[in-house]
Design a protein around this ligand. Sequence first.
Ligand code: ADP
Length: 250
Amino acid sequence: MIRVENLHKHFGGFHAVDGATLDIAPGSITGLIGPNGAGKTTLFNVIAGVLKPTSGRVLMEGEDISGLPPHALFHRGLLRTFQIAHEFHSMTVRENLMMVPPRQAGEDLWNAWFHRGRVAEEDRQIHARADEVLEFLTIDHIADEKAGQISGGQKKLLELGRTMMTDARIVFLDEVGAGVNRTLLNTIADAILRLNRERGYTFVVIEHDMDFIGRICGPVICMAEGKVLAQGTLEDIKANEQVIEAYLGT
Ligand code: ADP
């Protein structure tokens, strides 16, 4: 579904991504691991259009998407989750979800004035979709709480929920497990697995928690110093000498 070919991202003279080549299979949940500073987040940001590559290509289903801006990728169903921005903390969980759908007719003055019925209908549909997402993620009980007041794990579920408000096809998740308690981590893992199996989402997941990776991921890719060191099952990766060395070196 995604092919990254000899990708480089340099910051001045520093090569954060240094010739990475990898494939993401459609329908997979791929884990991206590696020591701190390996270039994982930079790779995500280049694929998701947040950063422009220095050189190399990113293909989606054979088509070159290198350097396309996030909104163009969004329309193709490629999304990267972000922490809920500070300015959205005072909005409720449901309102945060309802913000997401693109091309809301209500944003358009012409529509607001001449097609009030249509705006109301769209609003009702978005509301219904938000309710469905809240229920799917089992966070319906906090729908009316302010996003700034929910726990770290609930925020991660909300980030995931925002991708469900659109018709996402491939989602890049950055450290979903960081600072999240076990119960919520299980809820997050279940949600990812169900989205994968029931709705066909492909996932790429950066995560340090190997239990979490082992539970949800099929293929695992290990990066170090901007390069892909190894790919395979988690067992293969754990037994790989270069991988062990890379982790010991940090
Ligand atoms: P990881 O996610 O694997 O921990 P990152 O992609 O965050 O790694 O970072 C890789 C390296 O690139 C780090 O050494 C980091 O300091 C550096 N880096 C990341 N972003 C920038 C930037 N905007 N400017 C300069 N250096 C950066």
